[in-house]
Design a protein around this ligand. Structure first.
Ligand code: AMP
Length: 386
């Protein structure tokens, strides 16, 4: 089956056409500056499509120019927030679209854009099945003691303030691939998955299910990321508010100016590693803070899963930065974890083991592929229905 995978943002639309069985990408692209153009009307064209419907026309034209006539079996949407309702991918109808829309307050930057993408496709191809694949869904298995914040119950009941977790599609995909690499049935896989990209989260997996994860009510909680702070004392926000910072100022500082960027002046791990190796003390401290925070989470999640059988690195940094993996592993001696320096520094696109035979548990690098995971989930939902 050919699946069009859509990641719809407020001003951008990323797409891929996937052959699910072959696991291949037939074509892909990115439409940007949505809502900023005039579609070529009037005097002088302003760049960018007028809206998501016009962006979709561009996607359609690009796909046909590249691949000619082809029959899409379904569309799979990456939807950021599925709230408490969605624990699995679902076939989209009007009621589901409205349910996703009702979750807008929980993901004000993302869910409205996902809904625009869904509606544009419903209008253009009313008969094409669409499936929503939620970033939060894999973490619906968190036990209550892991998702509760210790604040008055009314914050949860009135505002839905609890931990949801994100990157679920990636964590689930990597869990399955890691279990396969270790020759374990997925429901016997207990481990810790570190998804380290520009956004980063770590998940505790017990019996193949997520039992804790470092992102919370929003993707800000947890690890030190490219531009996000991760965990901090919430009183800092109160202090800043009393000092005259607005909620927008605080939001921008924590989400866009913190993390590696705040500590080292650069959000790109490659640059920070290079700077550190060239003797930049701030870059070295940024790496120390970031790797220490992750190592603490790994220790905690080793406890949460009752003894991990594997530690898995994935996403841009996890798959590519042998230096960062080594910094983290160096702090895990108490768990008996030891990397093989040669295996760690080898580059490969394949899932692989990078620990020594004597390491208490294997350390793996498993490449993630969220679009393939969305395409597979979409095909699995559509096939029984169709
Ligand atoms: P992602 O969000 O998964 O695309 O990951 C982005 C992060 O991966 C950035 O911090 C990049 O610097 C980092 N990254 C990508 N390639 C490499 C590499 N070869 N070595 C180190 N870091 C890398």
């Amino acid at each position: 089956m050919l699946v069009l995978v859509i990641n719809s943002g407020s001003s951008s639309l990323k797409y891929q056409v996937r052959d699910v069985a072959a696991g291949s990408v037939l074509t892909e692209g990115l439409i940007e500056k949505i809502g900023m153009g005039n579609g070529g009307d009037g005097d002088g064209e302003i760049e960018g499509p007028r809206d998501h419907a016009e962006a979709l026309e561009q996607v359609d034209a690009a796909i046909h120019a590249e691949l000619g006539d082809l029959e899409l079996g379904a569309v799979g949407h990456r939807v950021v927030h599925g709230g408490e309702r969605f624990a699995e991918p679902v076939l989209i109808d009007n009621e589901i679209t409205r349910a996703i829309e009702r979750l807008n307050p929980l993901a004000p930057l993302h869910n409205p854009a996902n809904v625009l993408g869904i509606r544009a496709i419903t209008k253009k191809w009313p008969d094409l099945p669409q499936v929503a694949v939620f970033d939060t869904a894999f973490h619906r298995s968190l036990p209550e003691h892991a998702w509760r914040y210790a604040v008055p119950d009314s914050l949860y009941t009135n505002h839905g303030i609890r931990r949801y977790g994100f990157h679920g599609t990636s964590h689930e995909y990597v869990t399955h691939r890691a279990a396969a690499l270790l020759d374990l049935p997925v429901d016997e896989f207990d481990g810790v998955i570190a998804h380290l990209g520009n956004g980063a989260s770590v998940t505790a997996i017990r019996g193949g299910k997520s039992v804790d994860t470092s992102m919370g009510f929003t993707p800000l909680e947890g690890l030190v990321m490219g531009t996000r702070s991760g965990d901090l004392d919430p009183s800092i926000l109160v202090f800043l508010g009393r000092s005259g910072w607005t909620p927008e100022d605080i939001d921008t500082m924590l989400n866009r100016e913190s993390g590696l960027k705040g500590l080292a002046g650069n959000n790109d791990m490659r640059s920070v590693v290079n700077a550190s190796e060239a003797g930049d003390a701030k870059a070295s401290m940024a790496l120390a803070v970031t790797s220490y925070r992750l190592a603490k989470y790994i220790g905690g999640y080793h406890v949460a899963v009752g003894g991990a059988k594997a530690l898995v690195f994935t996403a841009g940094i996890g798959e590519n930065s042998h230096q960062f993996r080594a910094l983290v592993a160096d702090k895990l001696g108490a768990l008996g974890i030891a990397l093989d320096a040669g295996l760690n520094s080898q580059r490969s696109k394949e899932p692989r083991v990078i620990s020594t035979p004597g390491s208490a548990i294997p350390v793996l690098v498993v490449p993630t592929d969220e679009e393939q995971a969305i395409a597979e989930a979409t095909a699995a939902v559509v096939r029984p229905a169709g």
